[in-house]
Unconditional design. Sequence first.
Lengths: 292, 512
Amino acid sequence: MSVPAARAASGENTLLSVEHLSIRFGGLVAVDDVSFTAGDRQITAIIGPNGAGKTTVFNCLTGFYKPTMGRLTLRHPQKGEFLLERMEGFQIARKAGVARTFQNIRLFPAMSVLENLIVAQHNMLMRASGYTVLGLFGSKIYKKAEKEAVELARYWLDRIGLTDRADSNAGNLAYGAQRRLEIARAMCTRPAMLCLDEPAAGLNPRESGELTRLLISIRDEEGIGVLLIEHHMDVVMGISDHVVVLDYGRKISDGSPQAVRDDPAVIRAYLGEEEEEDLPPEVARDLGDRGA
Amino acid sequence: MADVNASTVPSLRAPLDLPSALRECGVVALVVFALAFALVGFRIQDVPGGLDIRYRFHEVVAITAVGFVGRFAWILLRQGRPFPVAVTALPFGVALLAMLLGPLYAPAAKLERLLIFGDVVVNWLLALFTLGFGGRAAWMIWHAASTITPEAREARMDRIGAAVQNASRYIGPLLLGLALALPFMPFADRRVLDIATLVLTYVMLGWGLNIVVGLAGLLDLGYVAFYAVGAYSYALLALHFDLGFWTCLPFAGIMAAFAGILLGFPVLRLRGDYLAIVTLGFGEMVRIILLNWYKFTKGPDGLSGIPRPTFFGLPMTANPSEGEQTFHQFFGLEYSSVDRIIFLYFLILALAMVTNLFTLRIRKLPVGRAWEALREDEIACRSLGINPRNTKLTAFAIGAMFGGFGGAFFATRQGFISPESFTFIESAIILAIVVLGGMGSQIGVVFAAILLIGLPEFFRELQQYRMLAFGAAMVTIMVWRPRGLLAHREPTIRLEDARPKSASAKSGGQSP
């Protein structure tokens, strides 16, 4: 598994390549030598049982954790290559164009829906407002930029069907709408890669279907790469172009949805087939000690 | 009327559980007794040849009884039985009022001898409370509406907040007009103007702190430090380099902003309580430095002879130095000492308005929205590429800058400053103004400043009860309206012509 499958997989089309990523918290190895790639204009899903280290990988990619080892390269189609592990957290979103959502929704609840989407365009607007100085004197450039920002926000509001709620507080939206708004907010940063941490969690089947359509349209119409952590297998298998499976911090499988579905290692990880020699050594030892 | 009440709200008339009600009253009376015994029971008095203790046990008994009866009335009201309360409380309150007002109109009757407590203020409070209870009971009988749920009350207050916020478009200019006209009113004597100036100083400080606390959500308990930095910057620059107020004002702001950044760096990673404690420490540090760095700040002696502001270079003095033209000479007026008071009043009014306009403006700029976003969720901000460090530092710096301007004004108004003016209680009062007004609400700060600064100044005669009322007001607000009086946030931008489905957008605010 540790062979860097990076460039071989999808050639020039690679958007993100993760090479030998390891994250250690004290003595705990949360992610152990994981390598995979995510293609541009593709939906890449990371799946795995609870505690497999999926969100930890995400937090590394988006700069919330610093990896202990490994290299994370993002090839921005317009701006060139970025080594994410060397960048400060907020710079990853600002420069490399990696936007993310969170497992537990993190909107700005007391701000209006529209404001949530405008805040996402902060850096563009900040430049247009002359770092506040020109904006204070009501510069035309800023007003124009703000208008454009509102137009982009409106575009996304139309896409997620929240245009009529634009002025109500984000915290007052229904759960499913908040999930969609968070995705729209991430898209308003004009990212090259969108990272979604369990976007279908807590959605009912209808909302889940809407989400699937939204993600496919983001991939096809916006032409960006989507990285997805998800537990709903119907969502994952329905829309992913490429699936990476993690278990106990290691990559156990990688490939097309069909290939992953048939991989015995994946089946074992999910169904917990008791073959001692295939369990991680420390677990096998524990089981042995108990004299099972 | 009692029948009307009973028939319309039958559900509330559950049979009164007298033993448990009495028990509750007893507990309250016990607590009141314990507190009153210690606080009211003894009073140390100056007598010739030393101190003496005076005992006031009859007042302790009276207070305990008031606690007991008051709680019983409360229980009755809570259970929807306003009738007995109204019948007893209203006449009692009116009688008390008569005894209190009696001496004014009929001194011969000596009604005041019948009063329960020795102190006039306590009697007034009791009368007001009684009338309050009675009035509430009468209101309940009249409307048969009984008690409303806290949620309904909250919603109603929200509507009021929203209405005031909407009306602030008109209230704001109206208040400004009143403020501009105030010095020319017949009743505006020196005292009124002094109080108005003081209130405006706090309004300005409140607006400045509102940037840090209300917008950026950084709980700052050491705001007075920036006020001090501004005041000392101006005083020292003016005294050592002989610079005028207008030259020093920007410097005072810059120095304070610099102090804000200095405080900002170490606290970048802190939030909530921890941030509050560090800022509190910072405030004390600045005060103690000012106190101990004698060579630079003259320590506890303070700095005196701080120059007064000039009107475009025209000083406002009766006896100008050689070759100087004064304000009254230039305009051909009679010299009047009130001129300067009025000038100072307009000066702080202008400074406060600058603060206000700046805040209103910056809220609609990316940096202002980023502050609010940071208050809401810092992690989400980082994921959107907002630099939390710079954003926080600008909030601290800009908030501090206005504190510095306020400090420079304070120094020039007083003509004398010492570290004693910059104690923690000042920070606490400014913060109280912001919280009481409703965090982030500009007009709320004005009302809160009038309430917390103006009223106590007008009622200075009541001395020690001022702070008691202050505390009571704060507790009441925390219980009834924890988000502040006028906590209602208007979005900084609205989507024009959101689809005609907007009927649902209107009602959207209430859905969970």
